[in-house]
Design a protein. Sequence first.
Length: 202
Amino acid sequence: MESTYRSESVAMTEEYGRQLAKELKSGSVVAFFGGMGMGKTQMVRGIAAGLGLHAEVSSPTFALVHDYGGQPPLVHFDMYRVTGWEDLYSTGYFDYLDAGCILVIEWAENIQAALPADAVRIHIRQLDDSVRLIEREQFVHGSAITFVFLLVGFDRQSPGEFQSFGRHQLCRKFQETIPCECHHPLSGSQQIALLPITRRHL
């Protein structure tokens, strides 16, 4: 698909989503960036249609997550109210990611540090009342980091090694300490502190 697309109607935005759906498979993550009224939910509606689903798509503003089913399931997140790791973990985001679902995420700005490196990043901005510019960020292997780490005694790991792990799994895998309810004894040379996920803290 083209990296820049000019949408002049709801139908055109949904059509972009239908075309994008052709690229999606188990484990795919689509992250939407853009303010209110930009057409993020419309694009998710197009993705659902492109996957052959007949679900009633709406933004999960209060529920935070909608599971529309399918093979693999299409799971729709609204991260507007997510402000930290506890909020994100409570949505089931890491469980759905590990399960190989297709994830579509509104307000991805709030969880950038938790996005897989190969997530499809879609930026939408308003040109006028009825026109939206849709820009797809090009993925270059190794150009993004999934989690933001302050490392002591470890070299920086590749993004792909972390993309499928939730906080507790990371604890078990690397025996680090994370500011949450799980704790593991460490030597001083093994300590890793996981920084906050919101963009304003990066």
